[in-house]
Design a protein around this ligand. Structure first.
Ligand code: NAI
Length: 266
């Protein structure tokens, strides 16, 4: 498929950073599949898109569900140019001695195994797609920004500043986010020659429902977090979305296996 619209797939697209990114992809002209465990929220996001969208119910920790998400997206739109693997949960707030083992399993299954499954089946799909050799002049200013230099696709994984540093009382969350960096760098090297780029974003605290849940577990969270960012505030989801679409675009064709810290100078 050497012409036509670019296709983006966003997991956890029913809320927060995922929703803002789907909206931004659509503003840039991408057709967007919005996948979430909460199908109603995915449909709500699709209703906000400027381009044709598709709501997909998925549990990223389940193999058959992830395969079906990829298949449904390709059936509807023909290919997947960009995938933003963003679904994640925060788990409980406890020091390790008191941390419930079943919650450890849940967080790792969604955040790390879920990421691994999404990348696995998205890469498998991208390998089936033809390389798109684009003429930079022809594509300049067009919405089809990810069609460049013989690329098959571009994947962005959602890590966190907790994937670069400690996060006391959230051991599985922190460990899963560090794991995502290793997964990203490794898959990027495995498929670099195949024209598939894989990068990660590491947002600082972002104003989403997840932030609200962190605050509910940790009453002085807001005062502490705002003050910990040199810019003096947390991120808006739209600010993270902008970085994600940039990593997916032909603005950075030589960037793969990287993580981008979006943390207000922290
Ligand atoms: P959110 O809670 O607003 O949205 C997460 C979405 O993921 C929800 O729509 C939820 O239904 C979906 N989801 C949860 N489990 C799922 C599953 N098993 N399968 C499919 N979908 C599932 O959270 P937010 O803040 O937008 O976070 C998005 C990503 O960004 C997460 O991976 C999070 O760890 C990461 N992040 C968030 C930060 C923040 O401060 N909000 C900071 C750094 C990273």
């Amino acid at each position: 498929m050497a012409s036509g619209k670019c296709v983006a797939l966003v997991t956890g697209g029913g809320s927060g950073i995922g929703r803002a990114t789907a909206v931004r992809f659509a503003e840039l002209g991408y057709h967007c599949a919005v996948a979430d465990i909460d199908e109603a929220s995915a449909r709500e996001t699709v209703g906000m898109l400027k381009t044709p969208g598709l709501a997909v119910q998925v549990d990223v920790s389940n193999t058959a569900s992830v395969q079906a998400m990829v298949d449904t997206t390709v059936k509807q739109f023909g290919r997947i140019d960009c995938a933003f693997n963003n679904a994640g949960i925060e788990g409980a707030r406890e020091k390790i001695v008191d941390y419930p083992e079943d919650m450890f399993d849940r967080v790792m299954n969604v955040n790390l195994k879920g990421m691994w499954l999404c990348v696995k089946y998205e890469v498998a799909q991208m390998l089936k797609q033809e390389r798109v050799i684009s003429d930079p002049a022809k594509w300049a200013g067009k919405p089809d920004l990810c069609r460049f230099q013989g690329q098959r696709g571009s994947i962005v994984n959602s890590s966190s500043i907790a994937g670069l540093d400690s996060m006391p009382e959230f051991t599985p969350y922190c460990a899963s986010k560090w794991g995502i960096i290793g997964l990203t760098k490794t898959v990027a090297q495995e498929y670099a020659k195949d024209g598939i780029r894989v990068n990660a974003v590491c947002p600082g605290t972002t104003d989403t429902p997840m932030r609200g849940r962190f605050e509910a577990q940790w009453p002085d969270w807001q005062a502490k977090t705002d003050a910990s960012y040199p810019v003096g505030r947390v991120a808006a989801p739209e600010e993270v979305a902008e970085a994600v679409v940039w990593l997916c675009s032909d603005a950075c064709p030589f960037t793969t296996g990287e993580y981008l810290n979006i943390a207000g100078g922290r």
